[in-house]
Design a protein around this ligand. Structure first.
Ligand SMILES: [Zn+2]
Length: 331
């Protein structure tokens, strides 16, 4: 009985503690929560209406959205780590991996989105020139130094994201419209911050494999979510130091199966890669195998697009309107 009382007192205070770091779990196990606490937790950020269009532009049957998160050294630096070996693995992304990725995209004239922590671009400003060269690609925000946003109080997360947006705008010459959270997670403040900064779409969450609108505390935000998934990411599957290593050709097969179902359903295929990971020789083969498979299987039925172009298309088709400023309800 005493435990029940503790739950009632502590859970709401955690949920209201907007400026506090987020623990991975609350101190109170879920079986001691009230239904109100359960609802408040799941409704903080939730999937709203589906934005799946009837068809894609020009009657295409499936959308293919490729993204490359150019993290490079920031995945090491964010922890304050100075390991020279680890930093060199990241440097590979800018020095070699990105060029290989761009060659594959150029050969096939495919557009893609590059989500870049701004520190990564400060270290390698030549990446911006290379990515901009074809005129097909888009830049998106991916944190300042790939910070662990879920561990940060509101003021620090907000300051870093504001700076990242300004830096990326300065270094690329264009203001990004899309956000991807470092490590694909939100703090209790992330959605409010990206709304305040004027982002139009988001691509870090996983409640669907079709586009949807994000809700905040049950209210429409007008922000388009282009959902991701760990099985559609090169990082966990091809890390030879991890416990889940798969051969790149096996990973390509997983991606082909994901594409085949998306094609059959007429939906969307979103794939996340990293130049410092996919850019290695045996792995760029996996990307080439996938793209060859898509060409043979679906040919002209495929709409390749940046995330930004896809977000605006589904926004128009669903008559979603503009992103809704916080504190104002959707008309
Ligand atoms: Zn990343």
């Amino acid at each position: 009985m005493r435990l029940t009382i503790v739950a009632v007192v502590l859970v709401p205070s955690f949920l209201n503690a907007q400026a506090q770091p987020v623990p991975a779990t609350t101190a109170i196990p879920g079986w001691q929560w009230t239904m109100d606490s359960v609802r408040k937790t799941v409704n903080a950020v939730r999937a709203g209406k589906s934005l799946q269009p009837k068809t894609w532009p020009d009657g295409k049957k499936v959308a293919v959205l490729l993204s490359f998160d150019a993290d490079n050294e920031t995945v090491t630096l964010r922890f304050g780590e100075t390991s020279v070996g680890a930093l060199s693995m990241g440097e590979f992304g800018a020095r070699v991996g990105l060029g290989r990725v761009l060659d594959v995209l150029d050969e096939r004239r495919i557009p893609a989105s590059f989500f870049v922590p701004s520190v990564s671009l400060e270290l390698h400003p030549e990446m911006a020139t290379a990515i901009k060269k074809s005129g097909r690609h888009e830049f998106g925000v991916h944190g300042w130094i790939h910070e662990m946003n879920t561990t940060l109080p509101d003021s620090i997360e907000r300051r870093l994201l504001t700076r990242a947006l300004a830096d990326l705008t300065r270094l690329t010459g264009t203001k990004p419209t899309g956000y991807r959270a470092p490590s694909w997670n939100f703090s209790p403040n992330t959605l409010a911050i990206i709304r305040d900064l004027g982002f139009r779409y988001e691509s870090s969450l996983m409640a669907d494999d079709r586009p949807y609108e994000l809700l905040q505390n049950g209210q429409a935000t007008g922000i388009v979510e282009l959902p991701v998934q760990w099985i559609l990411d090169d990082a966990p599957l091809v890390n030879p130091q991890g416990e889940r290593y798969s051969a790149p050709r096996d990973v390509a097969q997983v991606w082909m199966d994901e594409f085949d179902k998306a094609y059959a359903e007429g939906t969307m295929f979103v794939l996340t890669m990293h130049p410092h990971i996919i850019g290695h020789r045996s792995r760029i083969v996996a990307l080439e195998l996938l793209l060859d498979h898509i060409r043979v299987k679906a040919g002209n039925d495929v709409w390749y697009a940046t995330h930004g172009a896809a977000a605006e298309y589904v926004r128009r088709e669903a008559r979603l309107g503009e992103p809704v400023p916080r504190g104002r309800r959707q008309p």
